[in-house]
Design a protein around this ligand. Structure first.
Ligand SMILES: O=C(O)CCC(=O)C(=O)O
Length: 312
């Protein structure tokens, strides 16, 4: 009986991390309390260059990748690579590009991911983010949100994001901003923010967000990587510099996570929006469920096959 009580209190102490030698006790405690953890210089400059070069080739249309989505900024007309095009603010769903997908499989990243998901891991959402210089419209901002809003699978504690800075990321170019400890809260309703000059597609923000919550600006150097929980409230500021702010990220889920029925959640409107975007890619007459869309954009990273997240 004494052993059971000890185990119970052990489990209560660590809700968001698993036993793993990679995390020091201090790092583990920090993530438990704050919902994020920054690891300095985790990804090498050579790898960062490889991913940046690949992003450039994708923007220049030298590479075509099935399923990948290019997201353009609504207000910013100056592209980095193709004159006359709007700025590409994001490349999303690069899981089927073997060069960029290599980021998701880097052992230095996956070792940390395992501390949150366990050993069977699926990459579920991938982004190369290229925050453009803002022209005054403030459209380069990313509203404060929780990533779980977008995800139709659970449990939340078995999902984690890795986000790696490719260039120096600071207050001037719109670093990530997080609300420490907010991962202990609930998933809140999200809407498009009512911004004067409009807002980028799929940039949903927390409805009635309280801007007085204490926040931390995550200033990072190239290769620094932050791991964060999907309920952590975060966003990013305006890019006030003349340069594109670059980062690469992957959301991972334990491969035994289960899909949930979202028909009664506020995210059902999101699902309709996602389905419309997908139909533009796969054809209007293709009937594809929200869950299948997520399966298509996912790819197994490590561990057992034939678990719900990795099964197509
Ligand atoms: O990199 C950023 O500026 C924010 C990215 C983000 O939070 C997201 O895309 O969900």
């Amino acid at each position: 009986m004494a052993t059971l009580n000890q185990n119970q209190s052990f489990n209560q102490k660590f809700q968001y991390t698993l036993d793993h030698t990679r995390l020091t006790p201090e790092q583990r405690q920090f993530y438990e309390e704050n919902g994020f953890l920054v690891i300095k210089k985790l990804v090498s400059p050579q790898k960062l260059k490889l991913y940046s070069d690949r992003f450039e080739a994708i923007c220049r249309k030298q590479v075509q990748v099935p399923g990948m989505v290019m997201m353009r900024d609504i207000a910013i007309t100056t592209s980095e690579f193709i004159p006359g095009e709007k700025a590409i603010a994001k490349v999303q769903d690069f899981t089927h590009d073997d060069v960029l997908f290599e980021y998701c499989c880097l052992p230095e990243i996956v070792d940390y991911v395992e501390c949150f998901t366990g050993p069977d891991i699926t990459a579920v959402h991938t982004m190369f983010i290229n925050k453009p210089p803002d022209t005054g419209s403030k459209s380069s901002r990313h509203p404060m949100h929780q990533d779980l809003h977008y995800f139709p699978f659970r449990p939340a504690d078995k999902i984690v994001c890795s986000w790696t800075a490719i260039v120096p990321v600071n207050r001037q170019n719109g670093c990530l901003v997080v609300v420490p400890g907010s991962h202990k809260g609930e998933l809140l309703p999200h809407v498009y923010p009512d911004w004067k000059n409009g807002v980028n597609k799929m940039y949903h923000g927390i409805q009635n967000y309280d801007p007085n919550q204490p926040r931390v600006q995550l200033e990072m150097e190239p290769g620094d990587t932050v791991f964060f929980h999907p309920i952590l409230i975060h966003g990013s500021g305006t890019n006030k510099t003349k340069h594109f702010r670059k980062s690469i990220s992957c959301h991972y889920a334990a491969s035994d996570c289960d899909y949930i029925d979202i028909s009664s959640l506020s995210t059902k409107y999101l699902a309709q929006e996602v389905a419309e975007i997908a139909k533009k890619r796969v054809g209007q007459d293709v009937d594809i469920s929200y869950q299948d869309l997520w399966r298509l954009r996912s790819r197994r990273v490590k561990g057992k096959e034939d678990l719900p997240m990795s099964r197509l």
